[in-house]
Write a protein that binds this ligand. Structure first.
Ligand code: PHE
Ligand code: NA
Length: 438
């Protein structure tokens, strides 16, 4: 059977944006920003996205479009020897990320349902914390993890055009519309002024004193949010014909993902300030606690809460499908397995790997710390070394296709990929591992 391709020009961009925009922007970005000092983190994160994320996403695009293969096959075609293991690393990372991603996405589905059925009338943060405890552990968590994985499997089983492309055409515009509506509402809250200034004015003294933890956090967040370092963008670009301008597509995708994360800050921080919650005390779970207690205390909070949680669920779905697609495309290309059995079997394996996270939140920190602190950085590092030093001419040639005038961008890109991007990742990785170890 011929390999699938995107049906429309917009299909690729929307799918890549759908992959990029997800829990990384809406759940992870605000709590990491709060943990790392607000505006100071935002600044470093923005620099990292522009200077490292943009070149790194192009690296994945050229490999995917050049080979028209899954990441394992693509790297085997271009390299030899030990490089083959890099594709395997991607597949392994995909398993880890999707397993906990699905558990957290399940919580958002559950919170949507709670809003519909009961509303968020909670006495205060303690009650909100107790609610989170019920949602995030045990059978509740397991059930919604299963529901979410079932949705992911169903879309991927339906295929590139009928599943992914149709899905993202609905989901991506919905996310953007809902988010802008929420930001406009947040703007009307009294607390918004204080929230904006916390969010937007970087404290340079704080930055200098804490750069060894801000830098690795910003790096991990940048790769995670752009879906880099595990072959998603290789896979999506592998369904492309040769006519796209990859540089401008990358620009659109990176800009949209960043825009959405920044806007989420304009939603979440005013809600936190309005509820009198110190953003620095929020963590992976506390974003749920603080937002539900915020939603229970503001006018129209129930409806806003439902819209917010449902939006995150949709965004998570359009990202999760991209991870499962990496694993499934590998089975289809390499072993000639059918799409439906491949999606089902891998989906079940991912579900099982996620089970510990539904039992104890320690596993969430463990999986997420490992994936975004170490694995995605290692994956991206090896890939940029591979492209920059082993196949720079192939890569440059591939980038030129579909572009009329590059004005030296191709040379600047290869130069960046060879040295500065490598240094930035190595330093972040080193600091991150030191941090993770203690
Ligand atoms: N980029 C996605 C998000 O921000 C997460 C993701 C990471 C997706 C890695 C694919 C691969 O939610
Ligand atoms: Na993202």
């Amino acid at each position: 059977m011929a390999r699938e391709t995107w049906a429309t020009r917009a299909g690729f961009i929307l799918a890549a944006v759908g992959s990029a925009v997800g829990l990384g922007n809406i759940w992870r970005f605000p709590f990491i920003t709060a943990q790392e000092g607000g505006g100071a983190f935002l600044l470093v994160y923005l620099l990292f996205v522009a200077l490292v994320g943009f070149p790194a996403i192009l690296v994945e695009f050229v490999i995917g479009r050049y080979t028209n293969l899954n990441p394992v096959g693509a790297i085997r075609e271009l390299g030899s020897g030990a490089w083959n293991y890099l594709g395997w690393l991607f597949v392994g990372i995909g398993f880890v990320i999707l397993s906990y991603y699905s558990v957290v996405a399940g919580w958002f589905l559950r919170y949507t349902l709670i809003g519909v059925v009961d509303g968020y009338a909670l006495a205060g943060p303690e009650e909100a914390g107790a609610l989170f405890g019920t949602v995030s552990t045990g059978l509740d968590s397991l059930l919604f993890h299963a529901v979410f994985m079932a949705l992911v499997i169903a879309i991927i089983a339906a295929g590139v055009r009928k599943g992914i492309e149709v899905g993202v055409k609905v989901m991506v515009p919905a996310i953007i519309a809902l988010l802008l509506g929420l930001a406009a509402y947040a703007f009307t809250l009294d607390a918004s002024g204080a929230a904006y200034s916390y969010y937007l004015s970087p404290d340079f003294g704080y930055l200098v004193a804490n750069w060894t933890s801000i830098l690795p956090a910003a790096a991990g967040q940048a790769f995670f949010t752009l879906s880099l370092g595990m072959g998603v963008m290789i896979t999506y670009a592998s369904y492309l014909g040769e006519d796209r301008n990859l540089a401008s597509d990358a620009g659109v995708i990176v800009a949209l993902d960043t825009f959405i994360a920044v806007i989420v800050g304009f939603v979440v921080f005013p809600f936190l300030f309005a509820a009198g919650i110190d953003p620095g005390t929020t963590g992976a779970p506390a974003i749920f606690v603080s937002l539900t207690s915020a939603f229970s205390g503001i006018p129209g909070g129930r409806l806003i809460g439902i819209v917010f949680f449902a939006m995150v669920g949709i965004a998570a779905l359009s990202s999760a499908i991209s991870i499962l697609e990496v694993l499934v495309s590998y089975l289809i290309d390499e072993f000639d397995v059918g799409r439906v059995p491949a999606a089902t079997a891998i989906g079940i394996a991912v579900f099982l790997l996620g089970v510990p996270v539904t039992i104890d939140l320690i596993f969430l920190d463990l999986y997420d710390g490992l994936a975004s602190g170490v694995l995605l950085l290692v994956g991206s590092l090896l890939l940029v070394l591979f492209v920059g030093w082993l196949i720079p001419d192939v890569a440059r040639e591939e980038l030129r296709k579909g572009i009329t005038s590059l004005g030296g961008l191709d040379d600047a890109w290869i130069w960046a990929v060879r040295v500065p991007v490598v240094i930035a990742i190595v330093v972040s990785l080193y600091l991150g591992i030191v941090d993770y170890a203690d």
